[in-house]
Write a protein that binds this ligand. Structure first.
Ligand code: MN
Length: 245
């Protein structure tokens, strides 16, 4: 098996290093990730400047672009490497509920999915990289024990509680929860007295009911959510048809 690995925390992040180390014994791997932290970059592609691939001493590749750029380049001629699977992560911090729309981790996997490949995004629920070895071991076993029997391509969003491996509860299939709207923007001053703004933190969970990713991980389970990219609002479509002049 050949696995393309990316992330949005940058090619130097502990999470991608742990993921690559965990998967190298079971697959041919290629690592291509942004040269800096591009968390929150969603599915953006860089169209206004050229992209350069650098090869680091450890064999990882970095790109001066987004996670989607990295996977896009890798799948469209940047390397002589045809992956069977695209894996993203392990992200520092959860990507659950509405986070998935903003996530560069999910976006890197999505880019593989859009090119017809099975793809998996792995995130650790709490920041801080604690028990990263456990998350990496889970990721390896999830892939090594055979991917779920789903029509291909599929896109899976996996969130792993920050617990020692032995304390992780079994993986469960979930739906995305929902969040309240984000906290307000933070208005402050820079050292020159100019008004500046920081995007506020994500909102608290609004739907963390049973069956959601929020609920599963709060109980210590690994959450696995199948994602799709069809944004059509199927219930609004017939209503809109009727409402059209
Ligand atoms: Mn990130």
């Amino acid at each position: 098996m050949r696995i393309l690995i990316s992330n949005d925390d940058g090619y130097l992040a502990p999470g991608i290093e742990a993921l690559a180390a965990a998967l190298a014994p079971i697959a041919d791997i290629m690592v291509c990730a942004p040269d800096s932290n591009r968390s929150g970059s969603s599915n953006s592609l860089t169209l206004d400047r050229p992209l350069i691939i650098y090869r680091a001493a450890n064999g990882f590749h970095s790109v001066n672009g987004t996670p989607s750029d990295c996977v896009h380049i890798a799948l469209t001629g940047g390397f002589d490497f045809k992956p069977d699977l695209v894996v993203s992560g392990i992200n520092q911090g959860q990507n659950m509920g509405d986070d998935t729309l903003y996530s560069g981790t999910v976006a890197a996997a999505t880019e593989g999915y859009l090119f017809g490949l099975p793809a998996i995004a792995f995130s650790q629920v709490q920041h801080g990289w604690a028990h990263l070895d456990g998350a990496a071991r889970f990721a390896r076993e999830f892939i090594e024990h055979g991917l779920p029997d789903l029509p291909k391509p599929f896109l899976l969003n996996v969130n792993i509680p920050n617990l020692p491996y032995d304390e992780l509860k079994p993986a469960v299939a979930t739906r995305l929860g929902k969040r309240h709207v984000s906290e307000p923007v933070i208005r402050t001053k820079d050292p020159h007295g100019r008004e500046i703004f920081w995007i506020g933190p994500a909102g608290a969970a609004k739907d963390a009911s049973e069956g959601t990713d929020f609920h599963a991980t709060s109980l210590g389970h690994v959450s696995v959510t199948p994602l799709q990219i069809d944004l059509t609002h199927s219930q609004h479509l017939p209503l809109l048809r009727k409402a059209m002049p």
